[in-house]
Write a new protein. Structure first.
Length: 102
């Protein structure tokens, strides 16, 4: 299992796009992975994101068979965000055989 951990600020378009592109690529090839959105990246999940906001791309993961991901912060998130404690996220990440951090 691969853990994709997005922590770069969501407004950093390069890192955000790279992380979402990786997640979509893994999903489209049916590779087993879990997506984690933490820290400054959490803003990419905002339900009130407008045109061009990364939440639009994130919500499309469901089309690739990956409708849920994990986050360690509460917020007004789009559907698909599963809030876990920081410890639970860390435990799930450690259980993965590979970790990619963006």
């Amino acid at each position: 299992m691969i853990a994709v951990v997005l922590t770069a600020p969501w407004w950093d378009r390069g890192a955000t796009k790279a992380g979402l592109d990786l997640a979509m690529t893994l999903a489209s090839f049916d590779m087993p992975f879990e997506l984690f959105i933490q820290g400054d990246a959490c803003g990419m999940q905002r339900a009130d994101g407008g045109q061009g906001h990364p939440s639009k791309a994130l919500s499309s993961l469901g089309l690739y068979g990956k409708p849920n991901w994990f986050t360690d912060q509460d917020g007004p998130w789009i559907d698909g965000a599963c809030v876990l404690s920081s410890d639970d996220c860390a435990q799930r990440i450690r259980a993965c055989s590979q970790v990619v951090r963006v």
